[in-house]
Design a protein around this ligand. Structure first.
Ligand code: SF4
Length: 495
């Protein structure tokens, strides 16, 4: 390996309609609609907005037959209006819908947790995809693993990889290679470890399938952007990832510029300019290099810390090399980098993408975002959120909020804002805010409390994984959530 060069992991090319990913193609940005897929006019309009924002791939959920059949109208309408956007059907619980959607779409995403290991259902889908030239994504999600995998591995990165490999091997056996794979989680550490383990497993099996990256339920605003950038950036920094989706609890077209920012950020470091790239350091278990309990932000630096400033255009590798290859560094370390951007969002995304990996791997003990063109208040907020998204210092409530999709049963963006207004002063709690009862409870995996859409106008509240109040009217749900937090002794009054 050339240690002086940033390289992307080698992958084969997969065609999703006219869009190609993997191989030597640039990293493709994608997003997902949150309209009811069966509402053809709304779905076409939103797909166009996402495509206009610059995403060549758009995914729509297909939870039932009528959604699967809706592609028969959605796709011709888009094509008639000149949109060649690659259209992907997202299948979760009903494998038969994959077969319906495969008659129309360019790619089908399945969750292997919902397929039987025997019976030929998956092989029949492969045959259909092969015939029509449809690509397939094996999309594993932390929190929805198949029973036999869960029993053997628990809900772990190892289990996620075993689940993906089982299905990738079935694709190889059927001699079908138009396959993409993903390992999503809302926990950035789980997500990064799962993808790294996947890369190792695929390398040992001689597989070169392209990889789709994403952090699920990242939330909204600056927090959502930072959380996505930490997880996605930690992998892109090592050349892992062929297509990305930044999931935000906002209008889906807002996801596109953030994803583009990440792609651009890493495209700048290709070529010979990167001065350092040590042997790959693929930690798949978390441990801290120093015994500092709470990683710091720059205003908290004292003389016991050593500051390492990265100056090259491959900062992640530069910091990593400085820390790993230098036995003389005994002190806890703060990683520093100058960002001259004038928009806080850009500083946040770039710094999170560069610095997150060092925190996720326990190598750095603090961050210094040196951004002279934004306010100190914004800098400190960004630094704290990077530590929080990397799970090394939890200083505020974390919201595990789904981006919403055609299954969402209420206005999730507005509701999340109301929940934040009442609870954001609480420290260290994780609150799941999920659109539907089908996937929500599994995907908010490690939340302390959950607010989940159960039916139209009805919410079910969770404490951990247990249902505490079922089907309460939505206009009472936030008060009941606050009551529940109080009953469990996790409430503090706002000062
Ligand atoms: S949890 Fe949210 S994004 Fe996931 S399927 Fe349900 S509504 Fe859609």
């Amino acid at each position: 390996m050339n240690l002086n060069k940033y390289t992307r992991r080698e992958s084969i090319e997969v065609a999703i309609g006219t869009t190609k990913i993997g191989g030597s193609n640039p990293i493709a940005v994608q997003s997902m609609t949150n309209t009811a897929t069966a509402d053809v006019a709304a779905s076409v309009a939103q797909t166009k907005r996402i495509a206009d924002a610059g995403a060549p791939i758009v995914r729509l959920t297909a939870q039932g037959k009528k959604e699967g059949e809706a592609f028969a109208q959605i796709i011709p309408q888009l094509r008639a209006e000149g949109y060649n956007t690659a259209i992907v059907a997202d299948i979760h619980f009903v494998p038969e819908i994959a077969s319906i959607a495969a008659d129309y779409v360019d790619k089908v995403r399945i969750n292997p947790g919902n397929y039987r290991t025997e019976g030929g259902e998956f092989e029949a889908l492969i045959e259909k995809c092969r015939k029509r030239g449809v690509a397939l994504r094996i999309g594993v999600n932390h929190g929805s693993l198949a029973r036999h995998i869960f029993d053997k591995y628990g809900d772990t990165p190892q289990g996620m990889v075993a689940s993906a490999m089982e299905f990738l091997e079935r694709c190889v056996k059927a001699d079908f290679n138009q396959v993409v794979v993903s390992m999503k989680s809302s926990n950035t550490r789980v997500m990064v470890h799962a993808y790294r383990l996947l890369v190792e497993a695929m390398e040992s099996a001689g597989m070169k399938f392209p990889i789709h990256l994403g952090v699920t339920e990242a939330g909204n605003g600056i927090e959502g952007r930072i959380k996505s950038a930490v997880g996605i950036g930690a992998l892109l920094a090592d050349g892992i990832g062929d297509t990305i989706r930044v999931s935000l609890t906002e209008a889906p077209e807002n996801e596109v510029p953030v994803a583009q920012m990440l792609v651009e950020h890493f495209s700048e470091r290709s070529g010979e300019f990167c001065v350092l790239h040590p042997e790959r350091y693929f930690s798949t278990e978390y441990s801290r290099r120093s015994d500092i309990q709470t990683p710091i932000i720059h205003s908290e630096i004292t003389s016991e810390f050593k500051v390492i400033e990265a100056l090259s255009n491959n900062p992640t590798a530069e910091w990593r090399a400085a820390i790993l290859n230098n036995d003389n560094i005994k002190e806890p370390t703060v990683i520093r980098r100058r960002y001259n951007d004038t928009e806080p969002e850009k500083v946040a995304v770039k710094a999170a993408a560069d610095m997150g990996q060092l925190l996720l791997d326990g190598l750095a003990d603090g961050v210094w975002v040196d951004a002279p063109n934004i306010s100190q208040k914004d800098v400190e907020e960004i630094e704290l959120l990077i530590l929080q998204a990397s799970r090394v210092r939890i200083s505020r409530t974390e919201y595990i909020a789904c981006p919403s999709c055609g299954r969402t049963l209420y206005d999730i963006e507005g509701t999340l804002a109301q929940i934040k207004a009442r609870t954001s002063h609480l420290k260290g709690l994780k609150i799941g805010v999920m659109g539907c009862i089908v996937n929500g409870p599994g995907e908010m995996a490690d939340a302390d409390y959950g607010y989940v859409g159960a039916a139209a106008g009805k919410i079910t509240l969770y404490k951990g994984r247990e249902v505490v109040c079922r089907n309460i009217p939505q206009n009472q749900a936030l008060d009941r959530l606050v009551e529940l937090i109080k009953q469990n002794g996790d409430w503090i009054e706002q000062c």
